[in-house]
Design a protein around this ligand. Structure first.
Ligand code: 13P
Length: 255
């Protein structure tokens, strides 16, 4: 019912030439299985060449950010209409953008509305810091981030988007959340969706886990009933590890 997704967030890595090479390598390794949605989120300058390269490959493409306005005097930004046709998805609220570039719950919400208005699927990231985690504030942090990000959206819109739970302390640290904890927090996200929009919406929206996922731990993470995929950083930059994660997931889903 919810198609599993392995989403590679390449962050600020890969020149155009490197991106083309990596994508070709991944393509050779994964075959043409359609059981898992394979989403590549390269730097924006790579989207156009990758769109051309992947026309007959089984990949979806996503951007890592965009502005909420259609156009204007916003030096350095790109807009939803610019992404249309190049990307199907766009990531918002990644903790690196919240911490380093001033992203807030409010701008995440504005961007989410704007992306949906232009037929782009938002991947909304939420996650608690180590301090919040240690103070026992994980649930309250996730609840307020999810509610704020999705404020003003209707059930149909919420059903169409993707939410990624990425505890900040697990990102790039090699210290993933345990599968059980990741599953519980993704379950909490689903409960929030159920409270606000009802069981049908909660049962359809895809919820991903991100933070130090790799071939070694993806199997146990993907066995959690409330986890529909992973938002993968470092391990998505290496063709074999990304392809292995896709294959392990496909096997779990019986494909
Ligand atoms: P790592 O997989 O490198 O921990 O990064 C996770 C992440 O931030 C994905 O968006």
């Amino acid at each position: 019912m919810r198609k599993p997704m392995m989403a590679g967030n390449w962050k600020m890595n890969m020149t155009v030439a490197e991106a083309l090479t990596l994508t070709r390598q991944i393509n050779q390794l994964v075959g043409d299985s359609t059981a898992v949605e394979m989403l590549l989120c390269p730097p924006s300058v790579c989207l156009h060449p990758l769109k051309a390269l992947t026309s007959d490959m089984p990949f979806s493409l996503g951007a890592q950010n965009c502005h909420w306005q259609d156009s204007g005097a916003f030096t350095g930004e790109i807009s939803p209409p610019m992404l249309r046709g190049l990307a199907g998805y766009v990531i918002f609220g990644h903790s690196e953008r919240r911490q380093l570039f001033g992203e807030t719950d409010e701008t995440v919400n504005k961007k989410t509305h704007a992306a949906l208005a232009h037929q782009l699927t938002p991947i909304v990231c939420v996650g608690e810091s180590l301090e919040q985690n240690e103070r026992g504030e994980t649930s309250s942090t996730i609840t307020s981030q999810v509610r704020a990000a999705l404020d003003g959206l209707n059930g149909e819109q919420v059903q169409s988007l993707v939410i990624a739970y990425e505890p900040i302390w697990a990102i790039g640290t090699g210290r993933a959340a345990t599968a059980q904890t990741a599953g519980e927090i993704c379950g909490l996200v689903r409960n929030i969706l159920r409270e606000v929009h009802g069981a049908a919406v909660a049962g359809t929206t895809r919820v991903l886990y991100g933070g130090s996922t790799k071939p070694d731990n993806i199997g146990s993470i993907m066995q959690q009933p409330d986890i529909d995929g992973a938002l993968i950083g470092g391990a998505s930059l290496e063709a074999h590890s990304y392809a292995d994660m896709v294959k392990i997931t496909a096997e779990l889903y019986g494909a």
